[in-house]
Design a protein around this ligand. Sequence first.
Ligand code: SER
Length: 592
Amino acid sequence: MNSSEIRKNFLDYFNKRGHAVVPSSSLIPDDPSVLLTTAGMQQFKKYYTGEADALKDFCSKSTASIQKSFRTSDIDEVGDESHLTFFEMLGNFSFGGYFKREAITYAHEFITKVMQLPISYVTVFEGSATVPKDEESRAIWQELGIVDIREEGMDDVFWGPTGTSGPCGPTAEIYCKNASGKDIEVWNIVFNQFMCSGSREELLSGNATLSPLDIFGIDTGMGLERLAMISQSTKTIFETDLFSPLMDLLPQSMDVRTKRIIADHARGTAFLLSEGVQPSNKERGYVLRRLLRRIIVHEYLAHETPFPLENILSAAVREYRGFYPELNEQTVLKEFATEKEKFLKTLKNGLKELQKLENLTPQNAFKLYESYGLPFEIIKEIGGDRAASLSRASFDEEFKKHQEISRAGLEKKFGGHGLLLDTGELKAKDEQELKIVTRLHTATHLLQQALRTVLGEAVSQKGSDITVERTRFDFSFDRKLMPEEIQEVEQVINDIIQKDLPVQKVELPIDEAKKTGALYFFSAKGGSASGGKEKYPDHVNIYFVGNSLEEAFSKEFCGGPHVTRTGEIGKVKIAKEEAVAAGIRRIRAVVE
Ligand code: SER
């Protein structure tokens, strides 16, 4: 079945079964705790938590969509037979409507009857200390005649949460064989049963708690490219009709891995640029620039068998425009040309420097990246044996270290909106604003500690955003604060301000720093070089309020800036307290 037919059949199948068909949401999510949209469920998060009502918004408790998705965590895997950065995810969702039986039965019928594909095996959750084994799903698969049912654990068949907290639950997966006989996971069916108080990492390390959701939900995801591979009996996704028009434009003689990387990155680039992302050195812009530079280097290195990248980008737009009218060829080509011109100037020198190095370390690799813009992948690829011990994690660590340094040094931000300071958490456009956000920043540390003093240690930071008007602080707590509690929190903060305590900084190796009991929080979108899990640098700064670290009122890992004494803050007032998600509260506070 060609990919257009698959898309149509999928949406028709679920529409006929009462699902409202919802268009893909943007690749740039509403949820500030995630960089890019990675799954179909993201736009529906609020229907699972109960903050919004699906019946009201879609006239149905169930929906189906084909979602543009982008996974930065898979960048290093691209080049094999089934990994991609950008992909399309087919999904059906239920918010308090049907649950396990219908979800499994629909998936089974769609794969075996509509697609007419044999299922190789399925998985169910084996159970953990907190969540029981999924006997119900096993029984349903058995009734449907599936013989090979495998049990898997938390790592494989437990979804979520996305971002810093959210709905999650056990899953069941469907595997089918591709043309080389390999089992490929095609469909992930999530049974959303819990609200998780922390991130996925926190959940896996036992630092987050699960509470049952009021509304049980279904969230399924099936990669269109993988399904096309199975249906079209190809050995890789790059031979399906979704990729062959792009692959055919690349030179015959080119290494096949490189071809796949170019096809994937060109497609991803076309989508990101069409959504208005611009290449830069942070967050989404950084991801985009990595893709762009990697393909530009390949184009440059392939001068003996030239292939114009512009043609590949245009082909990507052409192939997808019918389904995604937002794709804009003119924007894509214009932005591409600008980045290429900029990058080519330094690329040659960078490659020369790289060739001179006998051994590639995280430090000199980062230097090549910083001075010449050479992407990690290129250093690794061209470095060959000399880069054998260079890992993405060690490079990311180096990247992070430099980011901390530039934050603390209040480096001027170039281009963009002309901010004097933008650490991701604090924003100020001139010296005067900088003074105010600095006061608000120290006030935010006092606020977190005061909340812990008044409400207990369950309070932990979930996010923070400081502008010249206010600080906005998100934290874990499961109910609305009472007026007396808000008053008490203000009182605790203002007492500390009255005492005019010094605000001091120490730099410590990470292990020692953790032992001091200082609080730490790194947001999921904090700009790690791989977009994945954040790594701490070897040394971190702790800011503490008080005469000594031991007796400090507040201590936190932090890049600054802060006032030198609490008296400079002025009076702190809590302006608003509200819920942002189940188990997460938000406070807005101002300084007077
Ligand atoms: N959220 C799940 C996934 O992305 C199912 O849609 O795999």
